[in-house]
Design a protein around this ligand. Sequence first.
Ligand code: ADE
Length: 224
Amino acid sequence: MRIDIITVLPKMFDGPLNQSILQRAQDAGVVEINIHNLRDFSTHKQKSVDDYQYGGGAGMVLMIEPISNCIEALQKEASYDEIIYLTPDGVLLDQGAANKLSTLSNLILLCGHYKGIDERVRQHLVTKEISIGDYVLSGGELAAAVLTDSIVRLLPGAISDETSALTDSFQDGLLAPPVYTRPAEYKGMKVPDILLSGHEANIDKWRHDQAEKRTADRRPDLRE
Ligand code: ADE
């Protein structure tokens, strides 16, 4: 898979994309992630990428021209399945959406900033709009990093034990059951006996029951 991220703040991706599973997936060639600085596609002397909004009002708006230039340059290198704009008024990201996106080959993620982006970008260039939650972030960068992580961890070869992404919360409409590790007892707090029993079928059933209970307690909406 190839993911191209367009941003005015490329440094924001230094941390999140270069650790743990995301870094290993890139090292293993499972995914290629490229960060593009929108300013590099500005034709203005000052490399500006935003301007005042027509009709007046506070806040700068990202211009269509550099975004269009960047997308056109990328489309000369690859054919993209989706051009995704991260925005709080997009469709809410969930596990099903991440699963679907993980089956695609090439994605562009466009991060908004300031007051937003020129509406013509959304109407004519973007193919999908995604929100990571009902709250407003300062820009689309953190949302793009979250979306990238949710997709890349699902790619074959990204996680050494492939089954572990399939047993994540939400994959079967259930939250994940509790997990424990050593010691078996800490300051009087004990690991449930069943997990120490070695009886695989009983353990599987216990885990499933716990997942059902946790989901009913915390997220009954997932079962509807
Ligand atoms: N940009 C700002 N807030 C956002 C959100 N909640 N989801 C996606 N992109 C955003």
